[in-house]
Design a protein around this ligand. Sequence first.
Ligand code: ADP
Length: 403
Amino acid sequence: MTSQATRVLVLNSGSSSVKYQLLDMRDGTRLAVGLVERIGESASRLVHTPSGDGAGRRERTGRIADHERALEAVAEELALDGMGIDSPELAAIGHRVVHGGLEFSAPTVIDDAVLAEIERLVPVAPLHNPANITGIRTARALRPDLPQVAVFDTAFHTTMPEHAARYAIDVATADAHRIRRYGFHGTSHAYVSRRAAELLGRAPEELNLIVLHLGNGASASAVAGGRCVDTSMGLTPLEGLVMGTRSGDIDPAVVFHLERVAGMDTDEIDELLNKKSGLTGLCGDNDMREIRRRVDAGDAAATLAFDIYIHRLKKYIGAYYAVLGRVDAVVFTAGVGENAAPVREAAIAGLGELGLVVDAELNAVRSGEPRLVSPENARVAVAVVPTDEEMEIARQTFALVDA
Ligand code: ADP
């Protein structure tokens, strides 16, 4: 790699979409941000913005047949601004990979053996890893000479002790099928933990944090000294908090009940719990803005959905407080955590005995910056730290190839 190579292209390949960002790691500048969606359909769309501030947006419509065509289109868009993927400034491509199992606890330069290992994890992540693998294969074909790095959503959670990661089921069955808590959103939990330490002006090693990543998907994690010791998502992202469309925690016997009594098959139950549950299942909306509007208008279903969401959140704050023993900060992030002041207020309400208080005025401030929403003299800080998974993937990728 030449010393002028300071850019990282971050790719997040889904089953029918590719999200990408080009970042310059000298100063963290976002040189391009884009998305290809509805790949394989007649109405595919590519939206490309040559800088992070939304200026100069370009759009392409019309069929983009597969991931290969999608990446070629991305490469063409980047080349239009003189930042093509063949440029010497590009140091590496960083790929988001959802499931790294127990095999990958750190970002990893991809070679054939690594790719084969990621493929062996498909049975535990059938919905996500195949698309990630397609993205990797396509990018490697385009630039076989360029370092490509896999950054795993599960990696940050591999530090969990066995007593937090293991489910209380028959050990032989669990091991045969690799059933355990893996956790997800790890890139976000890692980034937010580090930024929270900066905000607090302390070393990550000194801090115990509860991180609440509340987006459409949502997860909580307990972080002790910069290492994850527990997290709410499990074998899959279905477990834990109430989410936009996922149920989160549920008695597993509900599944048997739906099979035996309601006559539903496995795919229908999967769809029910992953796509038709959570806030959507409870009140028909998954967007917290709309739910708050309905709550303020006195809508009973939305109010109950909000209360269930908050109740679950409180239970996890309490549980992770107990797991950590001492907490320095509770940190909110992602779409809901960063923007929904009523969620932060309600989740922390009544926890004064634990040292947790939210200052109404600070909580009402809207900002894209990390900030405290607890009063100055609070025993435990309550913070809002905007997440940036692409930046974290780029940082981890660059750290590996810039050695
Ligand atoms: P994901 O990456 O999981 O798709 P995000 O982290 O982008 O999700 O979060 C999306 C969610 O954030 C939306 O569904 C919406 O509920 C919530 N959200 C975004 N902006 C606001 C806002 N201003 N107030 C309340 N909720 C918001």
